[in-house]
Design a protein around this ligand. Structure first.
Ligand code: RRO
Length: 289
């Protein structure tokens, strides 16, 4: 068992927000999913106060060893999450980490206040790093703004608050320090790297032109940023970015992470979380428990 901010986890592998549709998987596999759930905790996809349709298509572009997404936060909004998603996500058999995003500190606060007493929610992850929408984008890139946000949110819940940092900033370690000083219980990184794909006609392929790059292409960036953050903060770190094998997870743990999240690989192999955890146990038996 691993203690992560007071949550007891069976192993150190969780999912990256928005990369595993546990609701669709429950529809397909029913109770069997919870019996063989691939992650030690489940991070829900980002929710916002109001429902959102997401970005205009195309939303995905494949690169060598990576993927650029410009999904744009489609979600049912807070009310839809509480009514439709929470009853399902609360029965996965692992702690639920709810990922939230607002375009202002007040919006983040409203989301946390509405959800903090829900028994299904074990912890929160603040998405201050989505490179695909205009509002709220730069909070995570500016340590002072990030600190103001986390200071505002911290007193609103007794549950752990994880701050998911953006790699698209001058100094990720400074952002990590700001989050820790403001009371974050943990940080997670990296979100996707701002990127653009040019289509066969010579124009940007994605409907919103820019997107976020993930997958093995970003793995070395993730290792470097986790190491930089780990050198400056004492709170636990959830490391992610291009993890597709146990070896990749071990590298992030060696760089200073406490947990590792699998993201893009889940689209290729929905059982990747369990596989990476099993491979990791062969590499670092003392950690993978
Ligand atoms: O929805 C998205 O397009 C998105 C989000 Br919220 C995020 O945090 N990271 C990303 O790559 N895409």
């Amino acid at each position: 068992m691993i203690d992560f901010c007071g949550l007891e986890l069976a192993h150190p592998v969780i999912n990256g927000s928005g990369t595993f549709d546990a609701i669709a998987a429950t529809r397909c596999f029913g109770d069997e999913l919870a019996a063989r759930f691939p992650f030690a905790a489940f991070v829900s996809k980002t929710i916002t106060l109001a429902p959102r349709q997401g970005n205009r298509p195309p939303r995905l572009w494949e690169t060598p060893a990576g993927m650029i997404n410009s999904i744009g936060l489609p979600n049912r909004g807070l009310a839809g999450y509480v009514e439709s998603d929470l009853p399902v996500l609360g029965r996965l058999g692992v702690p639920l980490i709810t990922n939230v995003m607002g375009s202002s500190a007040a919006e983040f606060a409203e989301l946390i206040e509405a959800l903090t007493d829900r028994p299904e929610v074990a912890a929160f992850e603040l998405n201050v790093s989505c490179p695909n929408v205009r509002t709220g984008l730069d909070i995570g890139a500016d340590p002072r703004e990030l600190q103001l946000l986390v200071r505002r949110i911290r007193p609103l819940t007794a549950k752990p608050v994880i701050v998911k940092l953006t790699p698209n900033c001058a100094d990720v370690a400074a952002a990590a320090v700001a989050a820790e000083e403001a009371g974050a219980d943990a940080i997670s990184l990296i979100n996707t790297l701002r990127a653009m794909g040019i289509g066969p006609d010579g124009r940007p392929w994605l409907g919103e032109r820019f997107g976020g790059l993930s997958g093995p292409a970003v793995r070395a960036v993730a290792v470097a940023q986790v190491a930089a953050a780990a050198g400056r903060v004492g709170v636990p770190i959830v490391g992610m970015g291009g993890v597709s094998r146990g070896r990749d997870a071990a590298d992030l743990l060696d760089a200073g992470a406490t947990l590792v999240a699998v993201g893009t690989e889940n689209f290729r192999d929905p059982a990747a979380g369990a596989r990476v955890a099993a491979e990791l146990e062969g590499i670092l038996p003392q950690i993978a428990g």
